[in-house]
Design a protein around this ligand. Structure first.
Ligand SMILES: C[S@@+](CC[C@H](N)C(=O)[O-])C[C@H]1O[C@@H](n2cnc3c(N)ncnc32)[C@H](O)[C@@H]1O
Length: 255
């Protein structure tokens, strides 16, 4: 078992497994289009959001801690005639030569920072890399369904099953979840499997990912402590302010 680092099968199968998981591109486009200028997608991964925005000629760069994810992003972009500027850095240590009008983090990547210091450091770096009128956009989720039905803890379930077109193999992703409620940590075990058309297991990989969840007030306080102002919330990738019915909360703030 390996900790999540977005290498190996976790990286190479990312698009196949997660590409259609969230319908969030239009939402980010809307928020970003309210502020023209230079954009940085932090934890851009394989470019799920970055590449469609580049295709519209938006001035956008990416940053990610995984070289493999960045290489996959580059490869997809080059195939579409695009050549994005991508930075191989950790968000909690990032240091780039320029500032941005928007910094945004889709895919709940901020929650992969499980230590409080890391979260504080990342927010300070985002501040330091924003232009005076810039905006920070961070999406988070609270695993409400799972918290309300704890019976499902530590039980393996099939999360995704799909065919890989390039070699016609079957791709499976099983997951098991557990929570530490006082610490607000969700542990997700993902087991990836590549199976041949004859049913032979060709490759498998077990990953453990730990995700910190934040309740709304807590995240507002965190942003305020980091010096952000004019904080708005959006629920479930809509223009509605986050409310009781939402488990996906996006925060937008300025300096
Ligand atoms: C769930 S993926 C999201 C990718 C993309 N934003 C999307 O929505 O499809 C999480 C990404 O965060 C990156 N990541 C994890 N920890 C990071 C860190 N400390 N700094 C920068 N990137 C990180 C991973 O390498 C991975 O590409």
């Amino acid at each position: 078992m390996q900790e999540t680092n977005y290498e190996g099968l976790e990286a190479s199968l990312y698009d196949l497994i997660w590409q259609d998981e969230y319908d969030d591109e239009a939402f980010y486009s809307w928020l970003l289009s309210e502020k023209n200028g230079k954009i940085l997608e932090v934890a851009c991964g394989t470019g799920r959001i970055l590449i469609p925005l580049l295709q519209r000629n938006w001035d956008i760069q990416g940053l990610d801690a995984s070289e493999t994810m960045l290489n996959l992003c580059k490869k997809t972009a080059l195939a579409k005639g695009l050549n994005p500027l991508l930075h191989h850095q950790k968000m909690e240590e990032m240091s780039l030569p320029e500032k941005y009008d928007s910094i945004f983090l889709p895919g709940f990547s901020f929650q992969l920072l499980t230590l409080r210091d890391q979260a504080d450091q990342a927010l300070q770096h985002f501040r330091n890399h924003l232009n005076k009128d810039g905006q920070l956009i961070i999406s988070t989720f609270v695993p409400w369904d799972f918290l309300q039905n704890a019976e499902g803890e530590n039980i393996w379930r099939l999360r995704k099953e799909t065919l890989r077109p390039k070699d016609n193999t079957q791709i499976l992703c099983h997951e098991a979840l557990a929570t530490a409620r006082q610490e607000q940590l969700l542990t997700v075990w993902n087991r990836y499997e590549v199976i041949s058309s004859e049913g032979k297991l060709l490759e498998t990989e077990l990953r453990r990912m730990i995700i910190r969840w934040y309740f709304q007030n807590e995240f507002l306080l965190l942003l305020e402590k980091a010096g952000f102002k004019n904080i708005e919330t959006f629920g479930d990738f809509s223009s509605d302010p986050a409310g009781e019915e939402h488990s996906l909360i996006t925060y937008r703030a300025t300096l």
